[in-house]
Design a binder for this molecule. Structure first.
Ligand code: AMP
Ligand code: ZN
Length: 467
């Protein structure tokens, strides 16, 4: 399997630290508001990476945090006149709902920055002890120049950075030894949440959070570290400087970054105000459509959001789900016929699967993987029907389901009846009864029963419940 590693700017063969296992860390959102669909891109993509590894029988330890202490959270809390934890808890809950809607499996561990402060204090102390950090009046800074590899991820030259950052020296950061030094710990301001530390009552900088949470739940060295490409510099560069200085070991073996979701070709972001929240989108579309839309492009290509592309994604997704539902029905209707899969049928089916896998193994090319699924669906629609053998139907059914599972496409949703559909069927049954067409009325009752809906005729009319 090949993965494009931002560190080496090339596709490399994936070799896990431990055979059969993957340790991956993906930077999670800062929770001060509902997430927007730009934030959803790394969530959906890295969830698919995880699912593919699981499909290939790897055991994946997937850690993704919530940043629940930050200037923006504190600002939102002040505006509402509540505690910062009220804001962060509220938006963690909302984010989890959005993630469930998008078919994102909960991470193996979802650490919260505020629950990991002790570990952060310990790592900062280690960095001070090793000469990589220093305290000035309660603020602890990382001594950037001391870390020889600084700039290796982003490809930046430390001297160019210095020139670019010079103006910082005249904007109140004069206490730093070097303008490139960044904050590991800062003292509280009045009314802000804080924790006690050897240097001041205060709170950690953002970068140290991820170094500590990754080390705690995955160990000093991890396989994959992921996030959006805006995190390459300074966030991930700083994480490397902290983690590698603290442990003396290479931090992540593969650095993966998704390109931006754009709108009118401009990065979607809270600060520009050009965003849709996942919640906005859920009012118009099933969030499965949003997921499918995101996966329809390669993760390292920018993806421009538009209603036309979403409508295209919707019909593409419908095509796949309908084929899966039809196969499932054909399969269920078949009596066991003792049929055996012919070599030819097996090879035809396996060729689609192999095309899918080849695309995924080439740096997770989900766009080409989806094309392979479409080819399979076209074949299923054209070639499989009531007269196909049970062996063929069930083989295709299982393969298609497995590929949908990797993409996070839920094929069972469409089989569930909506409340409105149930009501409509009940009305039709009432009409049939009125017309004394009892056979049709019974048929409708049975159809509903098959779908797990039980009817009860009461004095107030027909009531229904799920079995
Ligand atoms: P934030 O809450 O801003 O720290 O972002 C959480 C995650 O979303 C990070 O991995 C960001 O890189 C990613 N992200 C933010 N905006 C976009 C966007 N427009 N397109 C793709 N990823 C984004
Ligand atoms: Zn991070």
């Amino acid at each position: 399997m090949k993965i494009y590693n931002t560190m080496t700017r090339s596709k490399e063969e994936f070799v896990p630290i431990e055979p059969g296992r993957v340790r991956m860390y993906v930077c999670g959102p800062t929770v001060y508001n509902l997430i927007h669909i730009g934030n959803a891109r790394p969530m959906i993509f890295f969830d698919t990476v995880r699912r593919y590894f699981e499909y290939k029988n790897y055991q994946v330890n997937y850690v993704s945090n919530f940043t629940d202490v930050d200037d923006k959270i504190i600002k939102a809390a002040k505006e509402e006149g509540v505690d910062a934890s009220v804001i962060s808890r509220r938006y963690i809950d909302e984010c989890r709902k959005d993630m469930a809607g998008m078919g994102i499996e909960p991470a193996s561990t979802t650490p919260l920055a505020t629950q990991e402060i002790d570990g952060m204090i310990r790592m900062i102390q280690t960095l001070i002890d090793k000469g990589f950090a220093y305290n000035v009046n309660g603020t602890v800074y990382y001594r950037t120049r001391k870390f020889a590899g600084y700039g290796k991820l982003s490809g930046k030259n430390i001297d160019d950075l210095r020139a670019g950052n010079r103006e910082l020296q005249v904007t109140g950061e004069g206490e730093k030894e070097d303008p490139l030094d960044f904050v590991l710990w800062k003292p509280k301001k009045e009314g802000e949440p804080y924790w006690e530390s050897p240097w001041s009552d205060g709170r950690p900088g953002w970068h140290i959070e991820c170094s500590v949470m990754s080390q705690k739940y995955l160990g000093d060295e991890i396989d994959i570290h992921g996030g959006g490409e805006d995190l390459i510099f300074p966030h991930h560069e700083n994480e490397i400087a902290q983690s590698e200085a603290a442990t003396g070991k290479p931090f992540a073996h593969y650095w993966m970054h998704n390109a931006f979701l754009t709108i009118d070709k401009v990065k979607m972001s809270k600060s520009l105000g050009n965003f849709f929240t996942v919640r906005d989108i859920s009012e118009k579309y099933d969030l499965q459509v949003l997921r499918f839309f995101m996966l329809s492009a390669h993760y390292r290509s920018p993806l421009n959001f538009s209603a036309e592309l979403m409508d295209g994604a919707k019909s593409g997704l419908d095509r796949i789900v309908s084929a899966a539902v039809r196969l499932s029905e054909l399969n269920e209707q078949k009596e066991a016929d003792g049929s055996v899969l012919s070599d030819e049928d097996k090879q035809t089916a396996d060729a689609f699967v192999s095309k899918f896998e080849t695309a995924m193994e080439d740096d997770f090319n989900t766009a080409d993987a989806i094309s392979a699924v479409f080819e399979m669906v076209r074949y299923i629609n054209a070639s499989l029907n009531e007269s196909s053998s049970q062996a063929v139907l069930s083989y295709y059914h299982d393969r298609l389901e497995a590929l949908c599972e990797v993409l996070g496409i839920n094929t069972s949703v469409r089989e569930e009846l909506l409340d409105a559909d149930i009501e409509a069927m009940i009305e039709e049954r009432q009409a049939a009864r009125k017309a004394r067409n009892f056979a049709r009325a019974d048929e409708i009752r049975r159809e509903l029963q098959d779908k797990g809906i039980l009817l009860e005729d009461t004095k107030e009319g027909v009531k229904w419940k799920k079995a």
